[in-house]
Design a protein around this ligand. Structure first.
Ligand SMILES: C[S@@+](CC[C@H](N)C(=O)[O-])C[C@H]1O[C@@H](n2cnc3c(N)ncnc32)[C@H](O)[C@@H]1O
Length: 203
């Protein structure tokens, strides 16, 4: 099964509230985003958004230019059902974050639990090139991955865990760290998962 089939299958079989990474309200992500004090018309991109509820809260906060990207179109089915009429306000993009040809540059690139699936340096570099090409200078990059003491796999796939400085090194000198936070996520099944979160500004 290739990666796209893997994710299509997950979102076919599971309700968005059943996946291990589900959050009723992504509180830490929201507080990091709100802390940036972006004006509401700026372009926000959630890569590997899946069926995350983040978009529900961003809409409630009044953001007007929200872009969601995911490899699996099935991921968006449940979000669309949940959001009803509000779906028209969102830009839905189906494709691979490593290669997707974005038509605009963003003020915020947000990634929770997506980059960590890229275990190969070539894939990581493609992601970082697309990030760099698609983010405005002075814009923000929020990323979260499993922490150094987090799980070794996510959704049955191998991942790379990152400690604070490991990710800073991986991202490179073009990005200045503004904030770093730790979170213990509790999955719907009651399993604890340690995450790290970084907020960067593109120089
Ligand atoms: C663990 S889930 C996290 C979903 C969401 N970010 C959240 O926090 O709820 C990973 C998501 O990344 C998507 N994904 C995995 N690899 C991807 C890729 N190369 N390009 C775009 N999306 C990808 C999957 O389809 C899945 O929805």
């Amino acid at each position: 099964m290739d990666k796209k089939e893997h994710w299509d299958d997950i979102y076919n079989r599971k309700n968005f509230t059943e996946v291990t990474w589900f959050q009723t309200e992504p509180k830490l992500s929201l507080s990091l985003i709100r802390g940036l004090e972006l004006t509401k018309d700026l372009q926000i991109l959630d890569v590997g958004a899946g069926s995350s509820t983040l978009v529900d809260f961003l809409l409630r906060d009044g953001y007007q230019n929200i872009f969601l990207l995911d490899l699996s179109k099935n991921a968006f089915k449940q979000s669309k059902e949940r959001l009803g009429k509000k779906i028209e306000k969102i830009h839905w993009l189906v494709g691979d974050v490593r290669t997707f040809n974005f038509k605009q540059k963003f003020d915020l690139w947000y990634d929770r639990a997506v980059f960590h699936f890229l275990t190969d340096t070539v894939d990581q570099n493609s992601y970082l090139k697309n990030l760099n090409d698609s983010l405005k200078t002075g814009a923000y990059f929020i990323i979260s991955t499993f922490a150094e003491d987090g799980p070794l796999k996510c959704s049955g796939l191998e991942i790379v865990r990152y400690a604070k400085d490991e990710l800073i090194q991986k991202i490179g000198p073009n990005y200045k760290l503004l904030n770093f936070q730790k979170e213990t996520h509790v999955s719907p099944g009651g399993m604890e998962q340690k995450f790290n979160y970084w907020v960067f500004k593109k120089l």
